[in-house]
Design a protein around this ligand. Structure first.
Ligand code: NOJ
Length: 557
């Protein structure tokens, strides 16, 4: 699949469009919005999980890999979805969650029943330590905080769960497990699915014997499962036996990834995944990549992260670019201010420029294209995310209740999961039911699709322009990336160059004016304006005062 030229849109089904008035998004709702999605100019949709799930982690805990969550519809609805997508030239990318299942999956239910059950070894069951085995088998901690082990009374053993205790980890040392996964992949590929976004795909392989890990508190044990020795061969097998038999595309969600490690999976000479999602660029406003610990935005972190990934993969492997997904608080309000409506709009378009002009396949998360923002003042009880509740228990012990809640409010995942804002009708046009599964952000009266459709100057239409521009602009797709060493924490400027053609992307990351002097190396260039988030930016590159969040792209001649 020609994924280098393509752009994708991510749909979080639960929050996209509710067709039957139960307050939860569904497949028929998505189908009703396919024309809208196609009108963005994207080439495919990644769906967060549509499979059966008891929703401990809203679909990332799958209880049946071969059927659709009845809350979202039926298999017939899914067939209709794929058919309608393909009619509109939209590829269908499903989430593939195979590090763990739900504890309600029949494999786990059987595995739990007795120590000699044939399914026992599908998971990691171990005796506990200490007197009576009442201490966890090792010191690993879960991504959602706390021990990564859960004791089960029935057989008096513990099982491993790197996420929630309702998400037991599958054991890839058992050949039956990988055979099962292959069957699942083939099942969906035969139905016409075009590829997979592979959930936490770099942690499937655990060190034999599950030894204790180093460190304290956060991700203890990670050296025993992140990018482990057999990881690549597991993926190579899935590729060889299933994916390569179809015209597919894969994007792997990584964990604690670096460029060198990513190249193991995606180097074009020997790749087992087409692309990977990295995280470094999302950590410019938190402490050490921990979303529970928000910090002031630092542009230098973003610049350095992009520098590493843009240059590190260039010519060897292919990047992806994203600023939002269902695990990230909304970017507008994080990397730019939303103190006024004008700043929100300028900031959203500035970030769109920064992202779409980078090298790599872009992913736009539902609502990003209209500049949706995180949910203000959400009460503890309104939350739904298990990670929020588990993190709260830990943070409360460290910081006390009030500070814990304040810290969590900034970057928690429910921020991105509030219903899509379609119009200024009740519930933002998402549902006719006033009890939506998560509350609607009260700013829907101004921030919604309908109000932006016919406004040539809207964020929505800006995204459309950028997506369309990328299709015909080879420098945007294939160009080298050069960071200009100017601007410190205020201005971000980079060049893209391909076949002698150059683009300069210049963005003021502050909500104030910024006096910009053309860097020496570009003083003698002729230039003309390609696109800007202000109507009246200078048509040629010149010393100028950039206005709040002004972001201009010049073609250099
Ligand atoms: C990554 C997913 O994006 C996230 O939503 C989920 O909680 C974890 N993986 C566990 O599946």
């Amino acid at each position: 699949m020609d994924y280098k030229r393509m752009s994708f849109y991510q749909v979080y089904p639960r929050s996209y469009c509710d067709s039957n008035g139960d307050g939860i998004g569904d497949i028929k709702g998505i189908i009703s919005k396919l024309d809208y999605i196609a009108s963005l100019g994207v080439n495919g949709i990644w769906f967060s999980p549509l499979y059966c799930s008891p929703n401990a982690d809203y679909g990332y805990d799958i209880s049946n890999y071969r059927d659709i969550n009845p809350e979202y519809g039926t298999m017939e609805d899914f067939y209709e979805l794929i058919e309608q997508m393909h009619k509109r030239n939209l590829k269908c990318i499903m989430d593939l969650v195979i590090n763990h299942t739900s504890s309600q999956h029949e494999w786990f239910i059987k595995s739990r029943q007795s120590k000699d059950n044939p399914y026992r070894d599908y998971y990691f069951w171990r005796k506990g330590r200490g007197k009576n085995g009442l201490l966890p088998p090792n010191n690993w901690t879960s991504f959602f905080t706390g021990s990564a082990w859960k004791y089960d009374e029935l057989t008096k053993e513990w099982y491993l769960h790197l996420f929630d205790d309702y998400q037991p980890d599958l054991n890839y040392d058992n050949p039956r497990v990988i055979e099962e996964v292959e069957d699942i992949l083939t099942y969906w590929l035969d139905k016409g699915v075009d590829g997979f976004r592979c959930d936490v795909i770099t942690i499937l392989n655990k060190t034999k014997g599950l030894p204790n890990g180093k460190g304290k508190l956060v991700l203890v044990g990670k050296e025993h499962y992140v990018d482990n020795v057999d990881m690549k061969s597991i993926l190579a097998r899935l590729k060889r036996d299933c994916l390569d038999k179809y015209d597919t595309y894969t994007v792997g969600e990584s964990v604690l990834i670096t460029v060198d490690k990513a190249l193991r999976y995606i180097d074009e000479k020997d790749k087992v995944l087409d692309t990977i999602f990295a995280f470094d660029h999302m950590n410019a406003d938190n402490v050490g990549g921990i979303r529970q610990l928000p910090a002031k935005f630092n542009l230098n972190i973003l610049k350095k992260a992009n520098q590493r990934w843009q240059n590190g993969l260039y010519g060897k492997a292919w990047n992806t670019n994203y600023l939002e997904n269902h695990d990230q608080a909304r970017i507008v309000g994080r990397y730019c201010s939303i103190a006024t409506e004008q700043l929100r709009v300028k900031g959203a378009k500035m970030l769109a420029n920064v992202m779409l002009f980078l090298s790599g396949t872009p992913y736009i998360y539902q609502g990003q294209e209209i500049g949706m923002t995180s949910m203000p003042n959400m009460s503890y009880d309104q939350h739904k995310d298990t990670d929020y509740f588990r993190s709260y228990q830990l943070l409360k012990k460290i910081f006390g209740r009030k500070t814990a809640l304040a810290k969590l409010s900034v970057l928690n995942r429910d921020n991105a999961r509030t219903p899509m804002q379609w119009n200024a009708e009740p519930q933002a046009g998402f549902s006719i039911n006033h009890q939506t599964w998560l509350p609607v952000n009260p700013n829907y009266l101004t921030v919604n699709v309908e109000s932006q459709l016919d406004d040539g100057d809207s964020i929505l239409n800006y995204y459309k322009q950028l997506i369309a521009l990328r299709v015909d602009t080879d420098e945007m797709i294939f160009g080298t990336y050069t960071l200009l060493n100017i601007g410190g924490r205020k201005l971000y400027a980079y060049l893209r160059e391909y076949n002698g053609k150059r683009l300069l992307v210049m963005s003021n990351f502050t909500d104030k004016q910024y006096s910009m002097r053309v860097p020496k190396c570009l003083r003698n260039c002729n230039s003309h304006l390609l696109i800007s988030n202000y109507q009246d930016s200078p048509i040629q590159l010149t010393d100028c005062v950039l206005r709040p969040y002004e972001s201009i792209v010049y073609r250099l001649i």
